[in-house]
Design a protein around this ligand. Structure first.
Ligand code: PMP
Length: 411
């Protein structure tokens, strides 16, 4: 697929936030792994919802509520298609990846994890895919074991196999590392886990904006992602779960919208997904997510993947030419993200110099403290791409890094 098939000029005009100056310089936004900017169609959808059918869902019998409920369930169906889930009731709307993983840890943990059991995660996880499991294990008297990586940032699959025991209840791992850019072999990990009757949860926070996701093909049992990283608004996300697991799990939060009957003696619950959607959710956000999916589909996720691949390869090549640079992770299968340090330069100082040049990057531990510890560093600089970034922006980044290098290494 040719990477030139995206009309970048047209794409960039869809994102008003890109066309602004910071400190008098054209903004170059390279912090897309933290959050992406939003196309007008997503923002218009929110305005449209609040200007017309604004109402609560699955509650009222009046016109607006009926229309809002239809639209909300339509958004669920769009998410189902986007990740190729088998059924819409396998799609739970949440506040984002973090909430999705907390939901899974709480409800799956309550149903299936007991003293002496084991949960597996990996060294390259975001804190969101460590701490909920750590808390669960602490509460249950279970143990959290960590799948190691090699220096190139690839999971050690043989050591993963060795960590599997009869008491292993779940493997929770990221699809794409938010630090190293490594794309993990989800199908292979799922296959190995399933051969041992162990379900897998995939942290997909860095995946569907960069590559096509097919949860049935990946054969994962749970898949979590955030709307705001796929060009939708904040405060909306998704937990996909295979129905047989969701049916066997208890609700996460409880209250309105998730019950069929309540008395002071006992309560009965709705079926999934409503069972897991207590209270009023982010209705407008779900519609915005649908619009973001439509936007991605209009361009084509394969085209986006090809475009971003060529951009990432270009950036990697240029960065490798910078004197004294260390790039973390060299996986063959990678996308979206490059983290690095410059010899003798604190990551925060480099980030500050780049910021003053109008270039937004992320610095610090990137919510992956155990991984920083593994590399023996206090943090990194991270650049992360979206479909609207360009090679010209990469060139300006490199110029900025060179400027910073001269100033900071001299000082
Ligand atoms: N997992 C990964 C791999 C991430 O990159 C992030 C966000 N940086 C999260 C989880 C958490 O996502 P959110 O803050 O949207 O819940």
């Amino acid at each position: 697929m040719s990477a030139d098939m995206i009309d970048i000029k047209a794409v960039r005009s869809d994102f008003p936030a890109l066309n602004q100056k910071v400190y008098g310089k054209d903004l170059i936004y390279l912090d897309n792994a933290a959050t992406t900017h939003k196309p007008l169609s997503v923002m218009d959808r929110l305005v449209d919802f609040y200007s017309t059918i604004n109402s609560n869902v699955h509650r009222g019998s009046h016109y607006l509520s009926t229309e809002a409920s239809i639209a909300y369930e339509g958004a669920r169906e769009s998410v189902r298609k986007f990740i190729n889930a088998a059924r819409p009731d396998e799609i739970i709307f949440t506040g984002g990846t973090t909430e999705s993983i907390n939901l899974a840890a709480s409800s799956f943990g309550r149903a299936f994890v007991k003293e002496g059991d084991r949960i597996l995660t990996t060294l390259m996880e975001h804190h969101s895919n460590i701490v909920p499991w750590q808390r669960l294990c602490g509460e249950k008297g279970a143990e959290l074991k960590v799948i190691p990586i090699d220096d190139g940032g690839n999971l050690k699959i043989d050591e993963f196999k060795e960590l599997i025991t009869k008491k292993t209840k779940l493997v929770a791992f990221t699809y794409v590392s938010s630090v190293l850019g490594t794309v993990n072999p989800v199908r292979e990990i799922s296959r190995i886990a399933h051969e041992n009757d162990i379900p897998v949860l995939v942290d997909g926070a860095q995946a569907p904006q960069h590559l096509p996701v097919d949860v049935r093909n990946l054969d994962c049992d749970f898949f979590a992602f955030s709307g705001h990283k796929v060009y939708a608004g904040t405060g909306i996300g998704v937990l996909y779960g295979k129905k047989r697991w969701l049916d066997a799990m208890e609700p996460y939060q409880s209250g309105g919208g998730m019950i069929t009957s309540v008395s002071f003696e006992s309560t009965s619950y709705e079926e999934t997904p409503l069972k897991f959607e207590a209270g009023t959710g982010n209705i407008a956000g779900a519609l915005g997510l649908e619009s973001a999916i439509e936007y991605l589909n209009k361009i084509g996720i394969e085209k986006i993947a090809a475009y971003e691949k060529s951009l990432t390869e270009y950036a990697l090549k240029k960065l490798q030419e910078v004197e004294g640079i260390r790039i973390y992770g060299s996986s063959k299968e990678r996308c979206g993200v490059i983290s690095f340090n410059l010899k003798g330069v604190h990551h925060h100082d480099l980030g500050t110099v780049l910021d003053k040049l109008g270039i937004a990057v992320r610095t610090g531990k990137l919510c992956a403290e155990p991984l920083m510890e593994y590399y023996g560093i206090s943090g990194t600089v991270r650049v992360s791409f979206a479909l609207y970034n360009t090679k010209k922006e990469v060139d300006t980044l490199i110029e900025g890094i060179e400027k910073a290098r001269h100033v900071l290494q001299a000082g």
